[in-house]
Write a protein that binds this ligand. Sequence first.
Ligand SMILES: Cc1cc2nc3c(=O)[nH]c(=O)nc-3n(C[C@H](O)[C@H](O)[C@H](O)COP(=O)(O)O)c2cc1C
Length: 372
Amino acid sequence: MTTSFLHTSLCRDLDIQYPIFLAGMGSKGRATPPELVAAVSEAGGMGILGCSWLDSAEVRRRIRAVRNLTDKPFGVDLLLPASMATDAKSERAEMRARIERDYPKHIAFVQSLMSRFNLSPAPVQGEAMSPEFIRAQVDVCLEERIAVFAAGLGDPSWVVPEAHQVGMKVMGLVGTVRAAERQVKAGVDYVIAQGYEAGGHTGKIANFPLIPMVVDAVAPVPVIAAGAIADGRTLVAGLALGAVGVWVGTAFLLAEESHVHRAHQDEIIRGKADDFVVTRAYTGKTARDYENEVIRLWEASGLPALPMPLQGILMGDFVAAAEAAGRIDLVNNPAGQIGGMLTARRPAREIMMSMVHEAERVLDRLASMRAS
Ligand SMILES: Cc1cc2nc3c(=O)[nH]c(=O)nc-3n(C[C@H](O)[C@H](O)[C@H](O)COP(=O)(O)O)c2cc1C
């Protein structure tokens, strides 16, 4: 009976068994590889491929790799920044030259990191996220007719009509009521409300106030809760706050199918909740990462972050050098406060099913609390 309670309207609409999503996580394709996406969908939830920063050919390759592993529905998440610091001709090299010309203190900061950690320059992979780059990513999602398109952080109004034409549902991720209202105006089918606790880019409002306020503001558009959801208690809490499903990031970083660096998984396993701090150091936007030496040095520098995507390009040089030298401890490890509760790597199915079974027990416990 409690299992059918977990089978929310969202499950019926998206043809899934449990209202649990693997959050689309970018991280150069490491956090949500096709194996993990397929495992979550196969287990009855919905896997979302995090494809921000991956070029359109790689997005297509990954979509097809998931299809080879499962015939269950899945989605793709892309970052659609609300504003781009660049115009259409925005190659990485051009932006790099612009940083060198306009922001000498920032260049000096990165040089000081390179010499402090004795790193040599390494080739930087990937392109900058120009409007053309994002348009090509979206086109692949439309052509491949995936079940769900999720937009992190940005304005999906231009995607919605095209997505609906091919039968794709659109979700927009928000951290405020205002942003939720904008997403609904843009025509999204679901709003994902992500609280301050969450890993990766995050806002200032915690889930307890955020989710019910967003639920009230956007009704009847359904809301999915994101941030610090990792077990049955937090799953039920998300539903109790009015959400119809949950969007789980950090907990799935410890899935055996995830390709995040082993050293980063270990940081999450040993991290306490307050080791996961908010910083603009690596991307220019506030993001919650496991605190490391680079974040401490950036905060101590007092420098203002460059607008997205310039800060990411600035720090991209350093991150590439650190990765090439095997200094994974200096590479950003986006993860949320709930990392303080996570203690082990597990198969994705086990992570999901333990959430489901614990949620059923929680619901039984709540029912038994009523005085007869
Ligand atoms: C490693 C990592 C990468 C992320 N990348 C993205 C992304 O590319 N796009 C996006 O919409 N959200 C991204 N997020 C946010 C997640 O979609 C999700 O909202 C968040 O992880 C939920 O909070 P939790 O980590 O506490 O579960 C990322 C989060 C993490 C931890």
